[in-house]
Design a protein around this ligand. Structure first.
Ligand SMILES: Nc1ncnc2c1ncn2[C@@H]1O[C@H](COP(=O)(O)OP(=O)(O)OP(=O)(O)O)[C@@H](O)[C@H]1O
Ligand SMILES: [Mg+2]
Length: 239
């Protein structure tokens, strides 16, 4: 892989006295979408926090665009959308993006431009509290796009969305990847795994497998990615 966008070596994380990330090593290629999958509590958010430099780690190295995770130069290059909505309900879409734009030092016109990118131009003056869950998810996504990051870390961005909205968001993700952005997207929903170029399958703090969806299907003999994942868990249990 030519200079991976994200490179992790033997990462260990301890939270509340428990080891929640166990010796994870991986590399993520630039301009791709990687799905981070695994049951609740397996360490997806913790791994993402380690990549954005918001997590104290116990051992190992995390490099993003060749630099130490969390380093100052990376700040404008990495966008992070957390699992909990981080936009303000009592501000309009435009006001939210202007506010976050000022925080990250984006040029003034960027708010309007970014609202267009996520297809919310008809909603600029609506209070975020009055938006549907899916529309609000797009405002969160827009806020992470304001400084045109090269790396985008999205923690369960499609949770609670209907299939139509999910499909629209995945189209947005693909467009961003085609433009060279590297996306890491966590999800519980295995049918979304098929939209990714590469998959990280986690369980109990460990990375069970990193591979493309088709490779996973071939290897397990399961067409359905949900079943394929279960098969990987079963095989890991045996070895
Ligand atoms: N602040 C904390 N203190 C102690 N333990 C924590 C803390 N935050 C998370 N954990 C534990 O770390 C483990 C991994 O949590 P994490 O949030 O990374 O999981 P996750 O895969 O993102 O789960 P979900 O799919 O539910 O979001 C869990 O066992 C969780 O209980
Ligand atoms: Mg999580």
């Amino acid at each position: 892989m030519p200079d991976p966008a994200i490179e992790i070596e033997s990462l260990e994380v301890v939270r509340g006295g428990n080891q929640v990330v166990r010796s994870i090593s991986l590399a993520i290629e630039a301009g791709t979408i990687t799905g981070l999958l695994g049951p609740s509590g397996c360490g997806k958010t913790t791994l993402m926090r380690s990549i954005v430099g918001a997590q104290i780690t116990a051992a190992g190295r995390v490099k993003v665009l060749g630099r130490e995770a969390g380093s100052r130069e990376l700040r404008p290059l990495v966008g992070y959308v957390t699992q909990a909505p981080s936009v303000y309900g009592d501000l309009t879409v435009q006001e939210n993006l202007e506010y976050f734009g000022r925080v990250v030092g984006a040029p003034g016109a960027r708010a309007t431009e970014t609202i267009g990118t996520v297809g919310l131009s008809d909603y600029t003056d609506r209070l975020v509290a009055s938006l549907s869950g899916g529309e609000r998810a797009r405002v969160s996504l827009a806020s992470a796009l304001l400084n045109r990051p090269r790396i985008l870390i999205l923690d369960e961005p499609t949770v609670g969305l209907d299939p139509v909205l999910r499909a629209e968001l995945w189209r947005d993700f693909r467009e961003l990847a085609d433009g060279g952005v590297t996306l890491l997207v966590s999800s519980h929903v295995m049918d979304e795994a098929g939209e990714c170029d590469d998959l990280l399958l986690m369980r109990e703090g460990r990375l069970l497998r990193q591979c493309a969806p088709d490779e996973l299907r071939r290897e397990t003999g399961q067409q359905d990615l949900g079943r394929a994942f279960l098969k990987v868990i079963e095989m890991a249990g045996r070895s």
